[in-house]
Write a protein that binds this ligand. Structure first.
Ligand SMILES: [Fe+2]
Length: 230
């Protein structure tokens, strides 16, 4: 039986070329996309989870090797369009340090590096689709040549499905961040509810370990409520 997957709703996705975000003019396709169904061989192999090594779920370190910043535990549930968990999903995450600096040669931000901050992780979702990361809350950073646009704290995710063609690259934001209101990337999603789905919620501080704030997030990988490609 053929599996029918709901198309993503356009208003829940980024809207092409965005005024104030110059790079979108270069990145966005100039022609309408052509829908090309995947072939059986594309959908049957190679299996992603077997080929990628799982790196670590701890970007913050410990003791005198601990990264600077607010320690957080991030609990991400990876689900399908019906809210069913997707165990075995490979999730890659990366973000900047607490001062807003990435571990990347192209980062020109004049902010200090943190030798104890690792910057990236690759983890596997467990039986309940849960991915857990221990890290520090990323800082905001200025976007070069943008006239004062600062990116709000955010975490980049690359979510791999069973095969290489099945991949979603998106971003997660934090609740109650004033910079969320003006971020050109978050606000390229026109539907307020869809924007809201991109924002992790702070769990009650009585919940979880005493030394870290816990943020919870649901990552929908397909269907009308799928996380946007960002
Ligand atoms: Fe970023």
């Amino acid at each position: 039986m053929a599996i029918r997957i709901e198309r993503r709703a356009a208003a829940t996705q980024a809207q092409g070329i965005e005024p104030g975000y110059a790079q979108t003019a270069r990145r966005w396709p100039s022609q309408p996309l052509v829908l090309r169904p995947h072939t059986p061989s594309e959908l049957s192999g190679p299996q992603v989870a077997r080929r990628l090594s799982i790196v670590r779920g701890d970007l913050a370190g410990h003791g005198d090797k601990r990264a600077l910043g607010q320690l957080i535990r991030l609990r991400v549930r990876v689900v399908d369009e019906d809210g069913a968990p997707l165990p075995g999903t490979v999730v890659e995450a990366w973000h900047c340090n607490a001062a807003g600096k990435y571990i990347h040669p192209n980062d020109s931000n004049d902010a200090p590096a943190d030798p104890n901050f690792y910057g990236a992780a690759r983890v596997l979702a467990g039986d309940s689709g849960l991915v857990e990361l221990r890290t520090i809350k990323p800082g905001a950073y200025p976007v070069p040549d943008s006239g004062g646009w600062w990116r709000p704290p955010h975490i980049h995710f690359s979510v791999w499905g069973r095969v290489w063609l099945s991949r979603l690259v998106t971003q997660m934001f934090f609740q109650d961040e004033p910079l969320n209101e003006h971020d050109a990337i978050l606000n390229a999603i026109r539907e307020p509810e869809a924007r809201s789905r991109c924002i992790a919620r702070l769990a009650p501080t009585s919940k979880g370990p005493a030394d870290a704030l816990v943020y919870e997030y649901q990552l929908v990988v397909r269907g009308r409520k799928a996380a946007p490609s960002l």
